[in-house]
Unconditional design. Sequence first.
Length: 277
Amino acid sequence: MTATLMIQGTASGAGKTTLVTALCRIFSNKGYSVAPFKSQNMSNYSYKNGFEISQAQAIQAVAARTEISPHMNPILLKPLGNYMSNVVIQGKPFKKMSAKNYYEKFALQRGIKTALDSFEYLKSRHDLIILEGAGSPAEINLQKYDIANMMMAQKTKSPVILVSDIEKGGFFASIVGTMSLLTKTQQNLVKGYIVNKFRGDKSLLQPGFRKLKQITSKSVFGVIPTIDLELPNEDSLDNKIHLFRKQNQKLVDLQINKLASIVQKNINISSIERLIK
């Protein structure tokens, strides 16, 4: 039976992509056949090899030591401006769509079916699927159309870890606010939290963690420090490695090893592994 785990975040840039990348390598090292999965991604930085997906999922596939597949990112939205995007389905160009038409005429019809078909494809070939959400699961104006976060977690029966960036402040408010905007069923899917991009003495966080557990009944799985990496970013080209290509795969692989090592030292991987067994 294939296990699943989903990483969601309190916002874009919270650390979902980085954490999924690290977990793909950590669980691959433990002997799992792992595949990353993000049902819907919005990015203009893609990986092309006879098909097109977000480069983030391509890098996660490298981290998982598995073949890159269009099913790892079945819906790619490539922004054009003026609320328009090129929609790519399972690696192939589909059509241009406005945000309104995408949500109202595509997401809950062909969109969710495409995503679940791709998920089942990967599920039949791997021991563990690590799903990544998009943005925040608590965008209440769009929640009923959101096929990337809690809807996907519910349909795949995946335990969820919520990650939030503490670097700019507001970690505790972001977690509590996000949880308060989820339904009871969705709250029950969330098994705990991870702090990302922390600088300083971790012991100073403990009073906040105790209060957080009192409020939400969930614990923190770990505190990841700020990590200097040379991996392509999802949304910008500010990195030393600008785009993921076969010719820089060895360098990317070294960076993934560095990331996985640091993350594993700073999270309770045993508790996380129990979620998937």
